[in-house]
Design a protein around this ligand. Structure first.
Ligand code: HEM
Length: 306
């Protein structure tokens, strides 16, 4: 598989920055976030799938960042957009490993070039018919927007399912390897609002709701791994695997509190889907392989206050 040209990655970040507008020191997407702390416990089954250190059963401290996919840090919480969870596992060896996931299953584009074309179609300079024209020739992007329409606004960050989108390769201690995709399933069940109803709530209702929810007790998610069968695509995040593929329960994430994280700390945090540990490897998905470089460029801008 050939690597994505550097200029495509740079243009992706630049186009995101243009679409977001000037918000110095913020992420150009997923700008509005909420940082929490929690603990992950792997199930006994997880070990049979991967020898990864955080899947062996000991409690693993985690940092969690929920976010809205928009690049506007002041966006009202009621708009239709994917929401996200980024989880950093603080491993016993002093390193860490990340899982990033979105509230809509599957991604909007198959390759970085296709994603760039979709973003460029959203620029005002592209004209009013650029997005409809793009969608007419990209059915998978339309299908993604259709799924977003069904789950436009979670009523709580703790009541959405989140999907890791890409396939990763999981290797157990006995050397057996399998491809799988992550899903975070909320213990409280899923609940969504229409943008009309959500628009009547306070602009930061997702933060307020989480504060109130955590006062009553922890917020928990089950981490499931959907296992690929022969022939399931591992290089195309737009192609969902059949919903009846077996799922292994990997563990339980218990979120205990909102972190007293200052803006400066949040700026310094980087979640990267290619930040892995032994026992988990990248698939050949071209989007997955392009993301790390994009996140580095973005961090570079943010840390310089650009
Ligand atoms: C080529 C495709 C993609 C590009 C260029 C891209 C780009 C970016 C950038 C630039 C950031 C800000 C990173 C930072 O400044 O720290 C970001 C954040 C994020 N992206 Fe992507 N992204 C892509 C695909 C995806 C996919 C497929 C997912 C699905 C899991 C995803 C999930 C996230 C999440 C959850 C965050 C927020 C992380 C945080 O809380 O810090 N992205 N993305």
């Amino acid at each position: 598989m050939s690597a994505t040209p550097e200029n495509v990655v740079a243009q992706l970040v630049e186009t995101m920055r243009t679409l977001a507008g000037p918000h110095q020191g913020f992420r150009p997407v997923h700008a509005k976030g909420l940082v929490c702390s929690g603990t992950f416990h792997a199930t006994p089954e997880a070990r049979s799938v991967s020898r990864a250190i955080h899947l062996q059963g000991q409690p693993i401290p985690t940092v969690i960042r929920f976010s809205n996919a928009s690049g506007d840090p002041d966006i009202h919480d009621g708009g239709a957009a994917p929401r996200a969870i980024a989880v950093k596992f603080q491993l016993p060896d002093g390193k860490n490993a990340d899982i990033l996931a979105l509230s809509i299953e599957g991604f909007a584009a198959r390759t970085p070039e296709e994603f760039l074309a979709f973003l460029q179609a959203q620029l005002p300079s592209a004209g009013a018919d650029a997005v409809p024209r793009f969608l007419a020739s990209h059915r998978a992007t339309g299908a993604f927007l259709g799924r977003l329409g069904q789950k436009p606004v979670p009523s709580s960050y703790g009541q959405a399912s989140y999907h890791g989108e890409h396939a990763f390769l999981f290797t157990a201690a006995n050397g057996t390897s399998r491809f799988g995709r992550y899903h975070w399933i909320p213990e409280a069940g899923e609940a969504y609002l229409s943008p009309d109803d959500a628009g009547k709530l306070s602009p930061n209702f997702l933060r307020d709701e989480m504060e109130q929810r955590l006062q009553k007790g922890p917020v928990a998610f089950e981490l499931q791994l959907q296992l690929a069968e022969k022939g399931d695509p591992t290089n195309d995040a737009t192609a969902l695997w059949p919903s009846d593929r077996p799922r292994v329960k990997l563990g339980r994430l218990e979120i205990a509190a909102i972190s007293p994280t200052g803006t400066a700390d949040e700026r310094r945090m980087v979640f990267d889907p290619t930040n892995l540990t032994d026992g988990i490897d990248l698939s050949d998905d071209p989007i997955l392989r392009a993301r790390s470089a994009a996140y580095s460029i973005s961090y570079e801008h943010r840390s310089k206050g650009k």
